[in-house]
Structure formats: C-alpha cells, structure tokens
Write a protein that binds this ligand. Structure first.
Ligand code: TYD
Ligand code: MG
Length: 451
C-alpha cells in the first residue's frame, strides 16, 4: 500500500522539510521551498536487477569498457575515449551555450556508425530539430526524433525503436504521471532520473541527459542526480564569444582533468584541436601588462595570454577584479611583489583578465602574472619578444619548479615562440634546441631578465 504525505522541497538543492520555511537552511536561498506530494511506498520500490552472490574480487571477470566513438574527438577525450555502452551522462550548461547542437551532432555520428539513436526533446518541436539537423547536416536515416515529455510514453518509444543511444533534452521538461508535482520540480527530476537509470542499465542503452543550471550556476535539481549518473559534463563559455569549453565534473570511466574546446560556427560546433593557436590569435605584438603563460588542461599544454591593468586610485579600498584567475592567488602575488620588490599596489586598482575565457587554476601562471602586473604598473613592455613565462611563485619570492614543464616548452616551440622563462630547477631536464630557455630561481632574477 502506498500512502502519500506532503513535504516542502527546496527547488535549488533538494533539501526537504516537513514545515514551510522562508529560507532553505541548506543552500540559503529564499522562497525556494515548494510543497510536493511524496509517495511513500511500503516496499522501497527498488527491486534487485540481478541474483548474484558475493564473490572474491579475483573471481570477477573484468572487461575493458565497450565504447561508442562519438565522431568528435574533443568529446571522446573528455569522456575518456568515447561513450561507455549502458552509461548515463549528464550535461549541464547555460541556455544557448550549445548543448542541443553538440548532442544532435553526436547523435547523428553515432546513428551513422552504430544504428538507431533516439533524440527526445521536450523543448523543441520535431520540425525545429529537423531545421537544425539540416543546418548541421545531421540527417542520417537511423536518427529518430520525437518531441515528448511524458516519461511513460518515452519508455514505450524506447521499447519500440530499440535504440543504442538516447538523448533526453532536457530532464527538467520530463514528468511522470504518477507524481503530482510540476515538471522540473525536485521530485519529478529525481523520479525520472531513477527511471532512466533503470531503463539504461537493464537494456544496456547509453543515455545523455541535458540539465539546466540555476542562476547561481549550479545544476538545478537535487544533488542526488549527480550521484546517480556515471559522468557529469559541464559546457561553458561566454555567449558573446564563440569559444566553448567542455569539462568533466565527474567520470566513472576516465579522468576529470581533460577539457574539450569548440567554436560555435554557422553550421554547428567545430572542434579546436590546437587551443593555443586560438587563444593566442591576437597576440604576437608586445603590449604593456600582457604576458603569455602556459597551463596544463589534463594532458594538454595550452598557452594563453594574461593581461593586467594597474591604475592609481584614491579609493580607500582599491579594486581587485579578476577574470579567469583565482583572486586569492592574485592577492598573494601582489603581497610578494610589495614585500620583495618594494612595488606598491596598495593605492592601485588591479584588473586581471585571461584572454579567451579560459580559467587558469593552479600555480603555473604565477610568475607570468607577476611580470604582467609589474609591466603594467611600470608602463613598460616586456623586453623579450615572443616570450612564454611559466613558474610557481613562493612566499619568499623564489620561483619553484612545476610539473610538465617540458611539455609546455615543446608547445611554445611548436607555436613559434623564441624565448621561455622557466624555473631554474626545471631547466636541467629540458633539451630543446629551437628555443632560448632562461632558467630563473627568483622573482627578482626574472624581472631583471625582462625589464
Ligand atoms: P543550442 O544548442 O540551442 O543551445 P542550448 O541547447 O545549450 O540551449 O544553441 C543555441 C545557440 O547556438 C543559438 O544562439 C544559435 C547558435 N547556433 C549557431 O551559432 N550555429 C548553429 O549551427 C546552431 C545550430 C546554433
Ligand atoms: Mg537546447
């Protein structure tokens, strides 16, 4: 027997409460609690899918995951060489970023190579999707499209068509008739995902599910969604710029450190297999406050331009505005510059920007950022042409070695750079001929080399 009771569920984070409250105690969002009827079945509702007994790990046969090649190598890389058969992947991103475009292209590639693919859209009509398909040249015979939001009907379609790959665009539009709350509510999202997972795992179908993000940039719906699925991808980028970056937030079948870079073109998303080339497109001439730094995104070295602007201010609290760099890292570097080089920033506004919308985390860019700040405050260009700067900065002003330095130097050489400044302790191990390598062990030394 199932009996029902109502609870109040936070639509931002999934927190549940028996009483209505104005502010969610879990995520501190106001007015997010909505009453939902919750079915409590006496049996848990979960039935075992296999009759297996516990056995020693040595007696379990392992097999390499069977994967679909998506035909898009940037996507393959992010997933860990393709989509694992029977896996559940969530892809999130702001509206208009290109999720539907990427998935329609992927669906078409898989349909061409492996057979039937079902693209279920709750947001667009079949005609709209066809128009997009025409534009993307994603119109293969085995690609099936349906505009549907009712989960029971969707299950029937899957039963009839027997696809190898299903796309659900988006989870927030789905609803189960047996649940009274509105589509997109936490209960609906949770129950629909549960069903999708059951269908995927029992029929060995791979699913891609599109999920919207909230105003705060978090995945809408309960956190449980992230725990249930195998892989969580996030599609990011500025809508005004054409570059898009695909990241893995979680991956049961590979690392989470790889990124995929795309450009939104007139006929769909185009892969960028050499990101340094696009992020550096407009550099090549010397500018005040501009330095090229190198970072590692997964196994890939990427060179990006970092720009600093320092201007005097009379404000009591000078501004520190950063895009693409961690602000606490900037503060640390400013403190080192003030203390070790006696360059005063306390009466200056500081703006830092990473060109191209990439996020620089980690410490590889420390030295480059420090040099760009000095270049701007002194209004002096960097004195070395075609220069790459990498290195971590310590609190005493020392330059610490970084990992993968050889890869970054190779990338710089490939991109036609003439000079690199790297940590002294990395220099011994690098044997590049085509590029002038300058090893430095302190910030002072680096400053002397370039100004
Ligand atoms: P879309 O995939 O619909 O975004 P999402 O599903 O994440 O909301 O992409 C929408 C944007 O992409 C839209 O503003 C137009 C642009 N676009 C192109 O520039 N070229 C194309 O070929 C397509 C299909 C879309
Ligand atoms: Mg869409």
């Amino acid at each position: 027997m199932a009996k029902s009771k109502t609870t109040f569920v936070c639509q931002e984070c999934g927190y549940e409460s028996l009483k209505w409250i104005g502010k969610c105690p879990n995520c501190n969002v106001w007015n997010s609690m909505v009453e939902e009827i919750k079915k409590v079945s006496v049996s848990s509702g979960i039935s075992s899918t296999s009759n297996s007994l516990p056995k020693s790990i040595l007696n379990i046969k392992s097999s390499e995951y069977d994967r679909f090649d998506t035909g898009i190598s940037e996507l393959n890389r992010v997933l860990g060489s393709g989509i694992v058969k029977g896996s559940l992947t969530l892809i999130s991103g702001a509206p208009g970023i290109g999720k539907s475009t990427l998935l329609l292209q992927t669906a078409n590639n898989i349909a061409k190579k492996y057979g039937k693919v079902l693209y279920i859209s709750g947001e667009e009509s079949e005609e709209q999707i066809k128009m997009r398909g025409d534009r993307l040249e994603a119109i293969s015979q085995e690609l099936y499209i349906v505009s549907e939001t009712n989960l029971e009907k969707i299950e029937e379609h899957i039963e009839n068509i027997k696809p190898v790959f299903v796309i659900i665009d988006s989870i927030q539009t789905l609803y189960k008739q047996s649940i009274t709350s509105a589509p997109g509510s936490v209960s609906q999202v949770r129950e629909s995902s549960n069903d999708i997972m059951r269908i995927g795992k029992t029929k060995n179908i791979s699913f891609f599910i599109v999920a919207h993000i909230t105003k705060q940039g978090e995945l809408a719906g309960p956190r449980v969604l992230e725990h249930m699925v195998d892989t969580v991808l996030s599609f990011e980028g500025e809508r005004t710029e054409d570059f898009r970056i695909l990241r893995t937030m979680k991956n049961r079948f590979g690392t989470t450190s790889e990124i995929g870079v795309f450009e939104m073109k007139e006929n769909g998303l185009e892969e960028i297999s050499n990101p340094s080339a696009v992020f550096l497109e407009e550099t090549g001439f010397q500018k005040e406050g501009s330095v090229v730094i190198g970072i590692m995104e997964g196994t890939r070295p990427i060179l990006v331009e970092i720009q600093a602007l320092v201007s005097e201010t009379k404000a009591v609290m000078p501004r520190r505005t950063v895009v693409g760099v961690d602000s606490s890292r900037l503060n640390l570097i400013l403190a080192v510059l003030e203390k070790k080089l006696k360059v005063p920033f306390y009466n200056c506004d500081v703006y830092v920007n990473v060109v191209g919308g990439l996020d620089v985390d980690g410490t590889f860019g420390d030295l480059g950022l420090a040099l760009s700040l000095i270049s701007s405050i002194k209004s002096k260009e960097i004195g070395l042409e075609n220069l790459l700067v990498v290195g971590e900065l310590g609190l005493t002003g020392e330059v610490r070695p970084i990992s993968f330095c050889d890869r970054l130097v190779n990338e710089a050489e490939k991109m036609g750079f003439k000079n690199v400044i790297i940590p002294f302790r990395n220099k011994e191990k690098i044997k590049s001929k085509g590029i002038n390598i300058i090893g430095v062990s302190s910030l002072k030394e680096a400053v002397n080399k370039v100004f």
